[in-house]
Design a protein around this ligand. Structure first.
Ligand SMILES: C[S@@+](CC[C@H](N)C(=O)[O-])C[C@H]1O[C@@H](n2cnc3c(N)ncnc32)[C@H](O)[C@@H]1O
Length: 201
């Protein structure tokens, strides 16, 4: 298994920096990160899938809203921080990866990818979008954020224009219901973000 993990490009750099990143991720609130799309988060308690959940900041906030949250995080060091920081949140943690997500079962009312999509290789993104579409409940919402600008040193990251996931989602039967662009909340020079939301149909 560890050999398999060493080949996962998207997680490059995360294990070694997990302690620093845990502070950084938890210095923001979920409300700040999801501010543009809070109105799209289902009010009724349902099933939420947070993919690339990091330390579980968003997973914990959604669990607090009454949702049953599955947090997928392939970096063991970040999962460990998540369990330590949010021990009573009732989050189910899974070690799994896009594009296939073999350990994830069922459908979800909300699928969340905050700062994850840009780690996927070009040939992984289309199958990943198909998998996400299959994980959405009929009235479900898919939220994802994309980072633009210079990547942190040592990371495997692409500056993906929003048009690409919008087109891939359309090919998988999803339509965009939200698109916004915002400045980096941590003030990193040249860094901007796009938030996208999709529904079935
Ligand atoms: C920038 S962090 C974001 C963490 C968290 N969502 C947040 O906003 O604080 C990106 C996360 O994506 C995870 N990741 C990278 N490649 C992935 C893949 N192929 N499948 C699932 N997660 C992945 C990394 O391990 C890392 O935790």
């Amino acid at each position: 298994m560890s050999g398999e993990r060493e080949q996962l490009n998207g997680t490059r750099g995360y294990a070694a920096e997990a302690d620093t990143l845990a502070h950084q991720y938890e210095s923001l609130t979920s409300e700040q990160v999801l501010g543009d799309v809070l109105h799209l988060i289902p009010e009724k308690p349902g099933r939420v899938l947070d993919i690339g959940a990091g330390t579980g900041r968003d997973a914990a906030a959604l669990a607090l809203r009454g949702h049953s949250v599955t947090a997928v995080e392939p970096t063991a060091e970040l999962r460990a921080h998540g369990r330590r920081l949010h021990p009573r949140a009732g989050i189910e943690w899974l070690d799994d990866t896009l594009p296939a997500l073999p350990a994830v079962e069922g459908t979800f009312d909300l699928v969340l990818l905050v700062a994850v999509w840009m780690h996927l290789d070009p040939d992984e993104r289309r199958p990943a979008m198909r998998r996400l579409a299959g994980l959405l409940a009929p009235e479900g919402v898919l939220l994802l954020t994309l980072r633009h600008g210079p990547p942190p040193p040592g990371r495997h990251m692409f500056d993906i224009p929003a048009d690409e996931p919008v087109a891939q989602a359309a090919s998988s039967g999803l339509h965009a219901v939200h698109q916004s662009t915002w400045d980096d909340l941590l003030g990193r020079p040249g860094v901007r973000w796009t938030t996208l939301a999709f529904r079935q149909g």
